[in-house]
Design a protein around this ligand. Structure first.
Ligand SMILES: [Fe+2]
Length: 405
């Protein structure tokens, strides 16, 4: 792509790369899934399937599409849970785990957006291991591998179909529980663009901003390496080329929808080994404290996090600018990085996204801002930010910029 500076040294001399998920892409691939499973040794002798989804996905007919595919196959659907809310809550995770425990599934299928996939993963952990979600909050704390999970995304943003992470809202404490472990990594991701045709334009945008932020966050993550960076730069190009088209053409262009779906998956692969930092720490907090959609929350936060990080990684943000289509030459890396922010701000506005949290109803009083700062500092993703975060005037300014005060 020629976007990475040729004279920059390797970002790290020490990394591992692992991607455990088989990816199946194409129109109608959900229909072919039972036959595909017959050819996959991970599913030998596994017959009992439990499906996790939500009411919206059921209402547009995607659940019927899946159930129809399994009719006459050697596998049996032994349960369906369709009550996952847009921001997966722990209460639903416990409910799924209880219902699944009654029927002892061999296979889980998560059919939906990030909330559905994350709720399914977390419930599979509980069904297998018992205990509470808090027991597994953090990295690599899950004792036993879950039954194999198949993810079928109906949105194009989260990348959860290829990650071994789950983010669940703890409604009681108004915080997010993050669980990460190889032991529930999806075995298969089925990317069927037909399923994203029903996604309204505003959700294509919101979830697309999540994918874009995953990619930019992965590019500057303290765990970045050249594999994730190469993938991430391509994601930035794909989202920049297609987000506005997807917004305007809505569901009419399956090629555009396909590109967004593939970009979101690729971003998931990239950020799984190079986790994003403050953009997600702040975004998680906005979601937990005033219910802002995850994609909008991290996308808005990213605009200001890029400024905050600029001095540490200007060469990377300069690459982002090139991937976004900035053609100017002779500018310093920092000036190019600032151009990237400008391009993003313009793009956001063209697809109907506001640039501050307060425009989405975020409180602006001092007490709320203090609570916001405290909670975002404690988010697990903060440790992956290339610039340290602490209770400094600079960090307070960052939060106030995101809120818009
Ligand atoms: Fe995200």
């Amino acid at each position: 792509m020629g976007l990475i500076h040729k004279d920059v040294p390797l970002e790290t001399m020490d990394f591992q790369w692992w991607n455990p998920t088989r990816i199946i892409f194409g129109n109608g691939k959900v229909r072919d899934l039972p036959d595909d499973l017959d050819l996959d040794w991970n599913f030998d002798d596994l017959e009992r399937v439990f499906v996790v989804t939500d009411k919206g996905v059921r209402d547009v007919g995607h659940l019927d599409y899946l159930l129809e595919a399994f009719k006459g196959s050697s596998r049996e659907i032994v349960g369906v849970y369709d009550g996952v809310l847009p921001d997966a809550e722990s209460a639903q995770v416990y409910e799924i785990a209880r219902e699944a425990a009654d029927v002892k599934p061999d296979i889980y299928i998560a059919l939906g957006g990030g909330s559905v996939m994350d709720a399914c993963k977390a419930a599979a952990v509980l069904e297998k291991n018992g205990g509470d979600l808090e027991d597994y909050a953090g990295m690599y704390l899950v004792p036993e591998e879950t039954s194999p999970i198949i993810c079928i995304p109906t949105t194009s943003g989260t990348g959860s179909e290829v990650t071994w992470g789950a983010v669940i809202k703890d409604e009681e404490n108004r915080t997010k529980i993050i669980v990460g472990d190889y032991k529930f990594a999806p075995k298969v991701a089925v990317l069927d663009p037909e399923l994203t045709k029903s996604l309204p334009a505003h959700l294509v945008v919101a979830t697309g901003l999540d994918a874009l932020t995953h990619a930019i966050g992965a590019l500057v993550s303290v765990d970045r390496q050249d594999v994730s960076s190469a993938i991430s730069l391509r994601v930035v190009e794909m989202v920049a080329d297609n987000l506005e088209k997807a917004y305007h053409h809505n569901s009419t262009d399956l090629v555009i929808r396909s590109k967004m779906l593939i970009a979101a998956m690729m971003a998931g692969i990239a950020f799984q080994t190079a986790l994003p930092g403050a953009d997600h720490g702040i975004g998680h907090t906005a979601g937990a404290l005033f219910g802002l959609h995850h994609g909008l929350a991290v996308g808005i936060a990213n605009l200001y996090v890029m400024e905050y990080n600029m001095k540490a990684v200007p060469h990377i943000y300069a690459s982002v600018a090139r991937a976004l289509g900035v053609k100017e030459s002779g500018l310093s890396d920092e000036a190019m990085g600032m151009k990237a922010i400008e391009v993003l701000r313009d793009l956001y506005q063209r697809v109907g996204v506001k640039l501050t949290f307060k425009e989405y109803g975020c409180p602006t009083d001092d007490e709320f801002i203090d609570a916001f700062i405290e909670q975002s500092l404690s988010d697990a993703t903060m440790g992956f930010n290339p610039v340290g975060v602490d209770k400094t005037p600079e960090f307070e300014r960052l939060i106030k910029n995101c809120i818009g005060v």
